[in-house]
Design a protein. Structure first.
Length: 205
């Protein structure tokens, strides 16, 4: 049987649609943003540069991007000043270093097109707190020395901050499960989980 052109569309958009869920860790897949959830408010065909406004950490940020630009790329390389908390590591939705919240749900920003993030609330690790005023998770990561190279850290902090809102008193197993979509090549997992539990305790207290 002859396959249609659509079946063989190799474009990045098609790729993103395909791996949005499949490429994510199983534990967070149920609350990862997927293109299927996107409100179909964007034009179906875009070309050249498009001007969009992204709601990043509560501020409207105007930016001009090609339609194929990922949200991660837009945040890190097109916004001025840049938002560099989400990290580029794998760029294919396997590591979680680029995790942001979209309307409060963890999403791999390397799998989301910037144009599809319009009209959604984007929260990066910068949106949770600052060095002067960290949130409980950020403070616990420092206190428990939960990082080495730090590349995975913004993703973990983002995932855990969102998870503790959903489950303020998790068990160790629940924290481990919640973090399944985030990988640490330095092997800091025990301290990451310690920090998450300490943050939960601090928030409850
Ligand atoms: S950089 Fe996005 S999941 Fe790895
Ligand atoms: S601290 Fe280096 S990858 Fe996690």
């Amino acid at each position: 049987m002859t396959k249609s052109r659509e079946d063989h569309n190799p474009g990045r958009r098609k790729f993103l649609k395909g791996v949005g869920i499949a490429g994510a860790g199983a534990a967070i897949a149920d609350h990862l943003w997927t293109e299927a959830e996107a409100q179909e408010k964007q034009p179906t065909t875009l070309s050249g540069n498009v001007k969009i406004t992204l709601d990043v950490n509560g501020s409207p940020r105007d930016v001009q991007v090609e339609p194929r630009t990922t949200l991660l790329n837009a945040l890190r390389n097109h916004l001025e000043p840049a938002v560099t908390g989400p990290k580029l590591v794998c760029d294919v939705g396997t590591c979680g270093a680029c995790t942001v919240l979209l309307d409060g749900k963890p999403a791999y920003s390397c799998l989301v097109l910037a144009v599809d993030a319009v009209n959604r609330k984007i929260t990066t690790v910068e949106g949770f707190g600052s060095p002067e005023s960290p949130n409980a998770v950020q403070a616990a990561f420092v206190e428990h020395d939960a990082l080495m190279c730090g590349f995975c850290t913004p993703g973990f902090v983002t995932t855990i901050s969102a998870y503790l809102k959903k489950n303020p008193n998790p068990s160790l197993d629940e924290v481990r499960e919640a973090c399944k979509g985030n990988f640490c090549r330095c092997g800091t997992y025990p301290r990451v989980f310690e920090a998450a539990l300490a943050a939960a305790k601090a928030t409850a207290g």
